[in-house]
Design a protein around this ligand. Structure first.
Ligand SMILES: NC(=O)c1ccc[n+]([C@@H]2O[C@H](COP(=O)([O-])OP(=O)(O)OC[C@H]3O[C@@H](n4cnc5c(N)ncnc54)[C@H](OP(=O)(O)O)[C@@H]3O)[C@@H](O)[C@H]2O)c1
Length: 254
């Protein structure tokens, strides 16, 4: 029986991380690789993935647009070729939306749902369908505090819809797939300084808004979501499914 510390070890596991070309996803890829996993890193920007692969020998970069069905199938096929199936899937790829509902077009609303919700769902289905009989898997979906509470004037209706639906889908799939050994959990990050939140932390007003509304009095620091993803990806969480783990400095506990 492995010790609780040994249960964080991902040696021999294959982990797919979408949106690994920047921000949180880059960190997740580095952390899962450091824990021993063979990481398959997916995103559209091949140059960024190549830089990540240069830092992490053994990482498998896959240029792909997760909204394209053929790209999702190819991603699962490449990852499954390594050791017969995907052990860990981190559905992290995402895009922001416009903050003002009155000027958010129907096309943009749909596109936000397609990137943040629908593509991750279809990728999960493809990965589970490709699993050999009896092989388990851990799926970690990246939601947002915007999926739990209103964060107006920052956030956006399409973005909020996508991120709260990620939580609903997480619970539903956990229920459908638990008995086949597939765990499905969600991580809810608070505010982190990435390309997606560009300007939020460099602007005194919005940076102050983040500090005032966080119980810890600050935004998240690089790497502070990684432990939650590692926990849910690994056997350390072997009896955890359908869970929503907030990593938000207390933003949603107020
Ligand atoms: N930063 C925060 O404060 C925060 C808070 C809560 C939740 N989140 C969530 O965390 C996740 C990561 O965001 P981030 O902050 O790290 O932002 P980011 O640096 O902008 O990363 C977004 C990632 O998604 C990828 N992506 C977007 N559209 C894609 C597509 N069609 N196909 C494949 N990849 C695609 C991007 O890669 P390419 O452009 O190379 O394709 C990029 O790697 C998102 O789901 C976001 O909603 C972030």
């Amino acid at each position: 029986m492995p010790t609780p510390v040994e249960m964080f070890d991902l040696s021999g596991r294959v982990a797919v991380v979408t949106g690994a070309s920047s921000g949180l996803g880059d960190g997740f890829a580095r952390t899962l690789a450091a824990a021993g996993a063979t990481v398959v890193a997916a995103a559209r920007r091949a140059d960024r993935l190549a830089s990540l692969a240069a830092d992490l020998p053994g990482l498998v970069p896959v240029e792909c647009d997760i909204t394209v069905p053929a790209d999702r199938q190819r991603l699962v096929a490449v990852a499954s070729e390594i050791d017969g199936g995907v052990d860990i899937l981190v559905n992290n790829a995402g895009r922001p939306g416009p903050p003002d509902a009155l000027t958010e077009s129907a096309e943009e609303f749909d596109d936000i749902l397609r990137v943040n919700l629908t593509s991750g769902f279809h990728l999960s289905v493809a990965a589970v369908n490709a699993l050999p009989e009896g092989r388990g898997m851990s799926i970690v979906n990246i939601s947002s505090v915007v999926g739990l509470v209103s964060t107006a004037p920052i956030g956006g209706a399409g973005y909020a819809a996508s991120k709260s639906a990620v939580i609903g889908t997480t619970r539903e799939l956990a229920g459908q797939w638990g008995r086949r050994g597939v765990r499905v959990n969600a991580v809810v990050p608070g505010w982190f300084d990435t390309e997606m939140t560009d300007g939020l932390f460099s602007n005194d007003k919005s940076a102050g808004w983040v500090r005032r509304n966080s119980m810890l009095g600050r935004g998240g620091r690089a790497g502070e979501v990684d432990g939650a993803v590692l926990f849910l990806a690994s056997d350390a969480s072997s009896y955890v499914t359908g869970h929503v783990l907030t990593v938000d400095g207390g933003w949603t506990a107020r």
